[in-house]
Design a protein. Structure first.
Length: 384
């Protein structure tokens, strides 16, 4: 089934149009996988569109995003991409010409584990952000800001979610629609429609396409390099495999720098190509697995025109900071009120000062350290 959405003032309306299912494509088909059926609509369910709602939306423009062409003809509403500047409240301006990028992983009802965020807390965060005057922006707005210094609203916030969990569709997406929040999900591309892949269940391409039509953006978290590998045959030390050369059982030795670069290039090129094919991406962005990077990795990304990237280092982003900071907003210990207070201080914890220089620019010293582990960021080897 294909679904077309129109978000009207305070309500989600769903127009369901019968269509044949898309055939299985890409990596899952090549490896003999099967397409995981999308779950039934849960919190996103609502009444069918009626003529009065359509008429009112057309007259007021409230709750409707820009029209987007759908592959194969027709168009869909993209309600989450209407991010025009809101009316400013001078008493609620905490920073200008900067962007806080928030980072999430899994969001579920209740408390699944210490790395996940309770969905009720997530909704509370959204309510507080809106009440406090924070303004959500899209990834394209963010890229134009860091690359070219284009204007962003005061108190600009970029919402990002790592790993492409199926629970994002079930529990996060309905809330994004409810509060009209543009967001980016970073996919481990090779795990999509690949249910036999190890780890927490991931999205299907059907779910990705549906959410993308409503305005959710999807970019790379690698093709399948979200893992650690040993540095030698003994296996006592390991490294995130995008960061640098690792031990190869096939070669019986550690990779050369050239072999490492070729491996990483293949992975990142494949992820970008699949995202172009599946959802028509015209921009390459990556969130590094575990937030780990190196000068070599940054050079490869530059060669592949992946100029915008993200770490898990905490801070606030400014023009020119192409390797961006992200503030962890997930995990069992998250307190929505405390998060908002940190955001009001420009993402600086109480008593501390911001890092100097361009946000996220280079930072080779940090790249040599073990990846930071802020609240809720999981660093399990070969797990998401």
């Amino acid at each position: 089934m294909k679904r077309k959405r129109l978000v009207t003032a305070g309500a989600v309306a769903v127009l369901i149009i019968a269509a044949s299912s898309l055939p299985m494509e890409g990596q899952a088909a090549a490896e003999g996988g099967f397409v995981q059926p999308a779950p039934m609509m849960t919190a996103v369910q609502s009444a069918e569109v009626n003529g009065q709602a359509l008429s009112e939306a057309a007259k007021t423009g409230v709750g409707t995003g820009p029209i987007q062409e759908e592959p194969g003809g027709g168009s869909v509403q993209a309600p989450l991409r209407d991010t025009s500047f809101q009316q400013e409240h001078p008493a609620k301006v905490y920073y200008r010409d900067k962007v806080i990028a928030l980072m999430y992983h899994e969001v579920t009802p209740g408390q699944k584990n210490k790395q996940s965020l309770n969905a009720a807390k997530f909704e509370r965060q959204l309510i507080l952000m809106k009440e406090s005057g924070f303004q959500w922006i899209t990834m394209k707005q963010y890229a134009e800001f860091v690359l070219h210094g284009k204007s962003v609203p005061p108190n600009a916030v970029l919402m990002t979610f790592d790993d492409g969990y199926e629970s994002f569709y079930e529990y996060v997406y309905p809330l994004l629609l409810k509060y009209r929040v543009p967001a980016t999900s970073f996919l481990i591309v090779g795990t999509i429609d690949h249910p036999q892949h190890a780890g927490i269940p991931k999205l299907s391409w059907k779910q990705v396409r549906e959410m993308h039509a409503s305005g959710v953006d999807f970019y790379s978290h690698s093709f399948d390099s979200h893992q650690y590998a040993p540095l030698d045959a003994a296996g006592k030390r390991s490294k995130a495999i995008l960061r640098g050369p690792v031990y190869s059982k096939q070669l019986g030795r550690k990779e050369t720098q050239e072999e490492y670069a070729a491996r990483v290039r293949r992975d990142l090129e494949k992820a970008n190509a699949v995202l172009r094919e599946k959802i028509g991406n015209d921009m390459n962005v990556i969130a590094f697995p575990y937030g780990v990077f190196s000068p070599s990795l940054l050079r490869i990304c530059k060669d592949l025109d992946m100029r915008v990237s993200f770490t898990v280092l905490s801070g606030i982003n400014r023009p020119g900071g192409l390797n961006g900071y992200r503030v962890n907003a997930g995990g069992a210990d998250n307190d929505p009120e405390r998060l908002i207070e940190v955001m009001k201080r420009g993402a600086v914890p109480g008593g501390k000062t911001t890092a100097g220089g361009k946000a996220g620019a280079g930072r080779p010293a940090a790249s040599q350290q073990k990846p930071p582990n802020p609240q809720g960021v999981h660093l399990r080897i070969a797990e998401d």
